[in-house]
Design a protein around this ligand. Structure first.
Ligand SMILES: [Zn+2]
Ligand SMILES: [Zn+2]
Length: 171
């Protein structure tokens, strides 16, 4: 139970940071002091189930989320995108294809970025839920609607529906 409690603390920190929330914002909803929250997040003290339940309610996820290593799916526009720990979509956000290899950065079927790249030439990889690039401030590809994609200056190699990498395996 202790290990699970500590994992829950780590997951709590990841989720809090992903949502851009400060520790101090959680003191009241979770009913803990900041120093104790800090100990939990740093896996120095296990999170109790009661605390996990409050955190689950606050973040709108199930308590099981804190005990698993799954990555919370992000909702971008009308899409729900599931990603792995690196932030890569586990299936193409555009066409749903999931037969790509470990190195793929774009969907082999439709050319959609599998990471939430910014639309700048540098192609910074951003957190899945980011709307603006944390490095250069440009919009992120996943946050664009189809209309925005058409009207914004999006480089061809991050524009959807183009094949930008040769398929690795033949179907
Ligand atoms: Zn695709
Ligand atoms: Zn950028």
């Amino acid at each position: 139970m202790t290990d699970l409690g500590k994992r829950a603390g780590r997951r709590l920190r990841e989720l809090r940071e992903a949502r851009g929330i400060q520790q101090t914002d959680l003191i009241e909803p979770l009913g803990v002091s900041q120093s104790f929250l800090s100990r939990i997040e740093n896996e120095k003290a296990p999170a109790s189930y009661a605390l996990v339940e409050r955190a689950a309610e606050y973040f709108g996820v199930s308590p099981a989320y804190f005990y698993s290593d799954e990555v919370e799916p992000v909702v971008v526009g009308r899409k729900t995108i599931h990603t792995d720990a690196s932030g890569r979509a586990t299936s193409c956000p555009e066409c749903g294809d999931n037969r790509y290899d470990e190195q793929a950065r774009y969907c082999l079927m439709c050319g959609h970025p599998l990471y939430n790249f910014c639309i700048g030439e540098e192609r910074h990889v951003n957190k899945p839920e980011a709307r603006y690039c944390g490095t250069c401030g440009r919009r992120t590809f996943w946050s664009l609607t189809a209309e925005e994609r058409e009207s914004l200056e999006v480089p061809d190699d991050v524009r959807s529906s183009r094949k930008t990498e040769a398929p690795v395996g033949k179907r």
